[in-house]
Ligand binder design. Sequence first.
Ligand SMILES: *Cc1c(COP(=O)(O)O)cnc(C)c1O
Length: 364
Amino acid sequence: MARAFNFSAGPAMLPEAVMRKAEAEFLDWHQTGMSVMEMSHRSKEYMGLLHKMEADLREVMQIPANYKVIFTHGGASLQFSAIPLNLTQEGDTVDYFNTGVWSSKAIKEAKRYVNVNVVAAGEGENPTAIPPRAEWKFSPDAKYIHICSNETITGLEFQEDDLEAIFAQGKPVIADMSSNIMCRPVDVSKYGMIYAGAQKNIGPAGFAIVIVREDLLGQARDITPTLLNWEVYANNESMFNTPATYSWYLAGLVFAWLKEIGGVAEIAKRNRAKAEKLYAYIDGSAFYSNSIVKHNRSWMNVTFTLKDDALDAAFLEESKAAGLLSLKGHKAFGGMRASIYNAMPEEGVDALIAFMQAFAAKHV
Ligand SMILES: *Cc1c(COP(=O)(O)O)cnc(C)c1O
């Protein structure tokens, strides 16, 4: 079978150029006689890969020098625990926005360690809008403010105006960017810490990226497990123990690919074009609809429902046969979801729209 357009929310499609390069280097990386998978993580070759990977990431995201970049075990979910452990002491209070399933998971984990003030909660389990600013209630003594910048299940994304209002509080802002990291330029200097699981916009599953302002290190609680302590990662080039070496290598190829095509500024143009096209088609059709308030619609995860959910099974079966994979929405939200991360080419979105048109025409 030829490569299909894979709309999976994660693990997700990777750029074909990256896969081809990995394939060409698979058995023998740069005349070393071995695969990257078989290399000692402490070898000169592998350390070279790691340093290039970090340098490329710093360049594409324009990460200031006073931020540490660390690659951690687990996914984003393990950081739900690491964040309060690294940044608070018992009895402290922290601020969390609750804008959906991923926010509430982060809150649930934080509650084991600190007092969580929910600044604002969207309506229901799957909010379709970021709560209005007039309703936000920050806590004066919060140690940090946590947001999930893009709720992957619904496709609900914080936009610049709300983010500015959060930065204006003057607290370290902690952002779960698992599903929108590197999708557009971000001013890293406005954040205290940014984290993301790898399997959406970074590379294969198996690790997470943490970008943390240096002055936030060194305050972890005594009980913090060594492998959740950011300072330990920072002091050991993320290699306190054996990392997910092959996943890191592929992420390094993704960063190099992003640099080569013109960086985050260029991918942002492409992402905007892809998302606008798909939302415009959905909004213009009487057959499909998207329930997210327009201002907060995600560039990365586009959810939609059919006018009659009895047609869902046929839609999924026929789209799959047409080479458009994994369009089923998350069970918590239902309907369909097209995840159109950085690696999804515009042709994939065009093919999806053409399919949706034909399907709608058949079932009017
Ligand atoms: C996928 C996702 C997670 C969970 O990532 P894991 O790496 O599986 O722990 C957390 N937050 C968001 C926003 C996600 O999209």
